[in-house]
Ligand binder design. Structure first.
Ligand code: PEP
Ligand code: MG
Length: 590
């Protein structure tokens, strides 16, 4: 059974997980039907069975998503939980052998339509019938059918909401889900911020929001029930809440806060050219993480001394074909040249889990547990051509400026050795082609983001020329908490003593082996953590450019000697809560 939506009320506050700080105010753009460009083509007779299977796999995935939303709904206040529960039941019902499913099956079988076109046509037909009904309750079901159709299309196309191009400027995007690939397409000049019904504390959608400087809140189950197109939305990314249709008083309060945040940002801008040095004269290197080549300007204007992490996987997203060596080279070269002699750390393809470019669909396959499956370096080593192509592009880009090669999800020295072997062959091939390459060859380093790699850091250091600690995944795997799951987001904390000990152990191993080490996980960009990371021996931090000035300010305000003493006290703790208390107390002294 479904319900009609409530009419908009004033000052409706909804809470979720704040993943990117800042205040955005703008009209809601509800990302829904019509935004997808649905492909239509005729199937060969032999392809019909496979297409029906693909459609049913999409139904299963949509069902899993609805179950997830239902579990979330149970934590809402009673009336909202009930309302949403009815809606989700109705949606689920439509996925279980309903007219919709039968109709789509028939269109695939009899009309030889591809699944996307079959869903789209069937949904339009059913929705039209409902919307023409006199009974307002039944008429409202047209919307449910469209919602379910939209969910199925997203599962089939693995390309949710692409068309964010013709929005009114300053819109706030309101969506069920935004994948990292969708977020990469947002233009911060057009979009003021976004809010989603699903999403976790530390997934790549949030990371992308911070890179783009877009205030964002995720994991708000009742969002699509409450928000309507054109509603005025205030997104308070810091507090993790939104306000729909604020009254005049609330609006002016938030406008003032937004202006104040801008003033603070301008003040921090002045730190761009001053060194990141502690009060007792210890220099810290601050670099930027980038996901897209066009973030170079932001990196430079934040005062970054280099790119500590370039996530190459975004080059593979939002496209059907794979980028070839020349395309990758041209892109990397533009980054290397753009950074004007500053070092660039290029990470090889780190796909899998929440980063699933459909250009790599055939390589990735299905996995019972994508976070632990064939992903990152494992995928590159299995499909050697992917690795060779990337290595060739990196080596060629390295002829134009200093680059390093960073390997994601390393779990054993053998994987590093295999990459070295591959690199040797690629070097020989490029030399035969008489192509200019990096000289000397780029250092090869490992992401330390699997607990086993941290615990074996001593032996791994023999095969690596540097380490980079990925605290996002290290926290996830150490604590067995999915970084993208909003239900356990409250348990996700890099301040857990187990995570801190792994960081400490890895740092000590790198110092003993005399190889450089940095932290490039999100912890590096959180100024609340800075004293602790320095106290653990880290002197190189890489973070999203928007966070860099705040971290620099924190470094300039602290005394390393004091920070080290406080870190020692923190490392004696066994309770994450106590760690946070000791850290907050130290930060408050600044
Ligand atoms: C990490 O895991 O900490 C990291 C920096 O890599 P990513 O966030 O891309 O997984
Ligand atoms: Mg990682």
């Amino acid at each position: 059974m479904s319900r009609q939506r409530k009419t908009s009320r004033s000052n409706v506050i909804l809470r979720g997980l704040g993943v990117a700080r800042g205040i955005a105010i703008g009209p809601a753009h509800i990302a829904e039907s019509g935004t997808l460009d649905v492909p239509t083509h005729e199937l060969a007779k032999s392809a019909i069975a496979g297409e029906i299977e693909r459609f049913h796999a999409a139904i299963a995935e949509a069902g899993t998503q609805i179950d997830k939303l239902r579990r979330k709904a149970s934590s809402l206040p009673e009336s909202a939980a009930e309302e949403l529960g009815y809606l989700l039941d109705a949606h689920n019902h439509m996925l279980e052998g309903s007219r919709l499913v039968r109709g789509v099956d028939k269109r695939i079988r009899d009309d030889r339509l591809n699944a996307e076109a079959a869903v789209s046509q069937e949904v339009s037909e059913i929705a039209l019938v409902f919307s023409q009904m006199e009974d307002s309750y039944l008429a409202a079901r047209a919307r449910d059918v469209r919602d379910v159709g939209q969910r199925l299309l997203r599962c089939l196309m693995k390309t949710p909401y692409q068309a964010f191009t013709d929005l009114p400027e300053g819109s706030v995007i309101v969506a069920d889900e935004l994948t990292p690939a969708d977020t990469a397409l947002l233009d911060p000049h057009k979009v003021a911020g976004f809010v989603t019904a699903t999403g976790g504390a530390q997934d790549h959608t949030g990371i992308m929001a911070r890179s783009l400087g877009l205030p964002a809140v995720v994991g708000m189950a009742e969002l699509l029930q409450q928000a309507r197109p054109g509603d005025t939305v205030i997104v308070d990314g810091g507090a993790g809440q939104i306000i729909l249709n604020p009254d005049a008083q609330t609006m002016s309060r938030y406008q003032e806060r937004r202006a104040e945040l801008l003033r603070q940002a301008r003040k921090l801008d002045r730190l761009r050219n001053v060194p990141a040095i502690t009060r007792d004269q210890e220099l810290v290197k601050l670099q930027a993480n980038i996901d897209l080549p066009n973030e170079i300007d932001a990196a430079l204007s934040s005062g970054a001394e280099g790119i500590g992490l370039f996530r190459t996987e975004y080059v593979f997203m939002n496209r059907d074909d794979l980028p070839d060596e020349d395309e990758q080279y041209v892109q990397l070269r533009s980054i290397v040249e753009g950074m004007e002699g500053r070092p660039i750390t290029i990470r090889t393809l780190d796909v899998g889990n929440d980063k699933l470019p459909y250009s790599l669909d055939e390589h990735l396959g299905a996995s019972p547990n994508p976070a632990m499956g064939l992903r990152a370096i494992r995928l590159s080593l299995k499909f050697q051509k992917l690795l060779d192509t990337q290595l060739a592009a990196i080596l060629r880009a390295g002829a134009h400026g200093p680059v390093r090669i960073l390997l994601p999800m390393i779990s054993s020295p053998q994987e590093v050795r295999e990459v070295r072997d591959a690199m040797r062959k690629v070097v020989r091939r490029l030399k035969r082609r008489k192509v200019a390459i990096a000289d000397p060859l780029p250092p090869i380093g490992a992401m330390i983001e699997i607990p086993g790699a941290a615990l074996a850091a001593d032996s791994l250091a023999r095969d690596c020329e540097f380490f980079s600690i990925g605290t996002n995944d290290l926290t996830m795997y150490t604590l067995a908490i999915d970084r993208g799951d909003d239900q356990v987001a409250h348990l996700y904390s890099p301040l857990h003593p187990a995570v801190l000990r792994l960081i400490q152990f890895t740092t000590a191993a790198a110092l003993r082996a005399r190889i450089p080490i940095n932290v490039c996980g999100e912890m590096a960009g959180d100024e609340r953590m800075t004293a602790l990371l320095l106290g653990l021996g880290i002197r190189d931090l890489s973070m999203t450019a928007t966070a860099l000035p705040r971290v620099k300010q924190r470094i300039r305000s602290l005394d390393l000697n004091e920070a080290t003493k406080r870190t020692q006290a923190i490392m004696d703790q066994s309770d994450p809560g106590m760690v946070a208390v000791l850290l907050d107390d130290f930060n408050a002294l600044a």
